[in-house]
Structures are given as C-alpha cells and as structure tokens.
Design a protein around this ligand. Sequence first.
Ligand SMILES: Nc1ncnc2c1ncn2[C@@H]1O[C@H](COP(=O)(O)OP(=O)(O)OP(=O)(O)O)[C@@H](O)[C@H]1O
Ligand SMILES: [Mg+2]
Length: 478
Amino acid sequence: MAIQRILVADDEESIRWVLSKALKKQGLIVDLAEDGLQARNLTRKNRYDLAVLDIKMPGIHGLELLKQFRADYPDMLIVIMTAEATMEHAVTAMKNGAYDYLTKPFDLTALDAIILKAEKAAELTGKIDQLKEELQDQYSPGRSIIGDSQPMQEIYKILGRVAASDVTILVTGESGTGKELIARAIHINSQRLGKPFIALNCAAIPHELLESELFGHERGAFTGATERKTGRFEQADGGTLFLDEIGDMPLELQVKLLRVLQEKEITRTGGSQTIKVDVRIVAATNQDITQLVEEKKFREDLYYRLNVVPIKLPALRERTDDIPSLVNFFLKKSQQDLGIESIECSEETLELFRSHHWPGNVRELENTIMRAALLSPNQVLTPADFPDLLGDRNPCKTNESLEALVAQKLENSLAQMNLQEMNNLYDMVLHQVERPLINIVLQKTRGNQIRTADILGINRNTLRKKIKMLDIEVKRGG
Ligand SMILES: Nc1ncnc2c1ncn2[C@@H]1O[C@H](COP(=O)(O)OP(=O)(O)OP(=O)(O)O)[C@@H](O)[C@H]1O
Ligand SMILES: [Mg+2]
C-alpha cells in the first residue's frame, strides 16, 4: 500500500497552498480543510492514507482530532504540525498515536521524508499481513497438518472453536501423534500470532533447573547464577507458552506453576519483585495424566486448571484413512529435503502401512518413508523396501498363533496321559517339537545340514548330535 490520498488541515491559507502544491507535484491527491470540523467531514467522505493536522485550529483542536481519528481510522497515518514547539505538545501528539511531529516553519523536504518513511512502513505492514496470512494458510488444516479423517476433523473443529480465545489447552496423545504441531497451530490461529511461541520440554531439563527455566532468576540466586536470566514465561509474554511433557514436572514446581497461572504474575528465583505476564498456556503429555493424578504424581488442581479444553490426538492406527495422504506428504517432503527424484508407494505398501501398529505414530511413518526414499533404488516403493515392518509383523503374528496352537495341542495330549506316572515330561515334549522342526528345515534345505544349522541358529555339531539322538532320517537332495 502506498500513500495516495492526503488530507491537509490548517487555518492558515498560505500553509495549505504551499503543502497542496508540493504534494500534488508528487502525484498525490490532496484535500484541504480550513478547520477541524471540515477535516472531520472530509474523512467521513474519503479514505485518507495520511492526514497532516495543525494543532491550533478554530473548532476542533488538532490534538483532539488526532484522538478521534486514531480511534475511527486506525490505519490512517497522522502528522501533527505546530508553530508552538513545546515539548508538551510533541509528547502528547506522539503519545496519542501521531506518526510524526513537525514544527513550523518547516522545510518541505521534512514532509517528504515523512511520506517516504510512511510508505516504507506501509509496505512492511503489508508484508507482515501477507506473511501472517501465509503462515495461517500453511498451518491451516489440510496443509501442513495432514489428515482429513473423521477423528482429525473433530480435532480441527475444537481447534477452530478455541484457538482464538485464551483458554488453556491440554493436548494428549501417544508419542509422535503431532501434539507440538497442534500447539503451534493453536498459536498461529490465535490473536497472538506475531508474538512469541515459546516451547519448554519439561522432560528434557533436569528438575533442579526447571524452575529457573520457567520463571528466570536474579543474579546470585544460586551458585552458578552469575547473570540475571529471564524465564520462558517472560519470554512468552503476549504470546503462547507450550509446556511439553507436563507430566514430568516435579510436584513442588507444579504448586508454583498453579499459582502463576492463577495470579498471572511470576517472581524470578532469588527475586522479590512480581512481574505481570500475559501468556496463553498449551500443555502436552503422552502419559496417562489422569492416572498420574490418581497416583498423586500430578496435582489434581493443576490438572483441572490445565485441562480446560482437552484435545486428544488419535493414534495413527486409529486414523488409517489418513495414511495415503500422509505418505504422499512425506514422499514430497523427502524429495524436497533430500533432493531425490519423485517416488511413489505401491498399493500393496499402503496396505502394509494400514496394517502396521505404528507405536511411534506419524513420526515413525515419517522416518520410515524418509529412510526408504533415501535407501531404495526403486521409483516405486514396495513392501520389500520396508523389511523392518515386515519383520515386525510376520514373526510376531506367527509366534503368537503358533504358541496358542501348541498350547491347545499340549492340553489335549496331556489330558489323555496319566501325569502321575510321568517322570520325563519335559524332555518328551521338547523332543516332539524338536523332531518335526528339524525335519521340516532339513526338507526345505534338501538335506543341507550346514544351511539347516544356520537357519535354526544352532551349532553344526549340535545339529549332528540331535539328528542322531532323535533318529532323524536325512534325505540328501530330496
Ligand atoms: N497430522 C500431521 N501431518 C503432518 N505431519 C505430522 C502430523 N502429525 C505429526 N506430524 C509430524 O510428525 C512428527 C512428530 O510430531 P510432533 O513432534 O508434533 O509429535 P508429538 O506428539 O509432540 O510427539 P512426542 O510425544 O514424541 O513429543 C513431526 O515431524 C510432525 O511434523
Ligand atoms: Mg512433542
């Protein structure tokens, strides 16, 4: 936005004439007012980027006009002129939001300089607004928070409802579900955008240092405190403080935090002065905090104070519908971050992803994709590119079912035996498992004892002894 239209209000005709001539020469539209009332009427008809107001005018005083205009047209820049260069006037003008202040008589270049400065400022404000919009866009659901599954829609609804207010929010969810991402989205969609977003991970900082991290300390507050330090609360003033892993906060500190939240003021460690802070709190934990409350490891009163609005993020396995779009997002990201060519995932791979348990949630998916994108020579990623996932799935499932099967068989067999008469049950059962196991592997390797021992993970001599002892017949090349 540039300065295009200017209002000049002065009761002296010569001043109006000089200013209007100079400004029009620069291609600006200039309207003139002889007194405050005329000036006010003009602003009701036209939109001005800049108003140059004399202080002493008949009717409404320039400083009074300044106040009214600041309230009614906050975007309009106002320059105050006066022949009486008193400090009082200058201070009042600036305090009431004047953009600049000129004492008459002034050189026209002084006004030019002000206009230039105003244009630059306007340009910057425009840029900041644009940046804000971009940021908002970037973090709006569907952009960098990926997922439009039903459970995520519910999250977005809550977010939309509460982000703009100052209510405290407790974000819970397993590790890697996007708690920090949501905390940032809350900040970005609040009035506090442009103010600091400060994060503190309560689990990452030794307990004894946590208090001074949060509230700061005065010089000499404890050994090692050689300088005064502002804490995260002060740093976040006007903005949002994200208290991550809140479940790890020691009980003594929980008491202090609760007091700060209630009083909205802090005291630095070793200090006596209280400092007002205006901070919106978003806390997060991947622990079951209600259980911590039950176990008296987390204060109930603090829990209620933080949990004004709970947001519980679903585990990835609870929103498998989002897997394809997340996979796409991370594939694109890997292209950008790692500078690799475009790759895709096969349908089969997506199926594999859908059935995986994902204990590390979105973070695990992200790392899995990034690693495969980097390591695989293929354009299209297939399940073979994810041996870890296959490994984790198959043996686990077969082991489970095998054990269940064996247990059932065993129960049946034992039911038919007279256990009182047995004295070598252990060996007997083990032999019955060992014999078929060795037999099957020997068949698969076509009698190759070296391969069989490798697959079974036993020594070759041991295998030979067992074959002999269990009386197993080895068919070579069969
Ligand atoms: N919905 C999502 N869309 C895109 N990326 C996501 C999403 N959720 C999480 N991520 C990504 O997954 C990673 C982990 O997210 P984040 O750090 O927010 O998780 P967290 O819940 O705070 O985990 P932890 O409990 O381990 O601290 C980040 O790289 C984040 O960008
Ligand atoms: Mg986190």
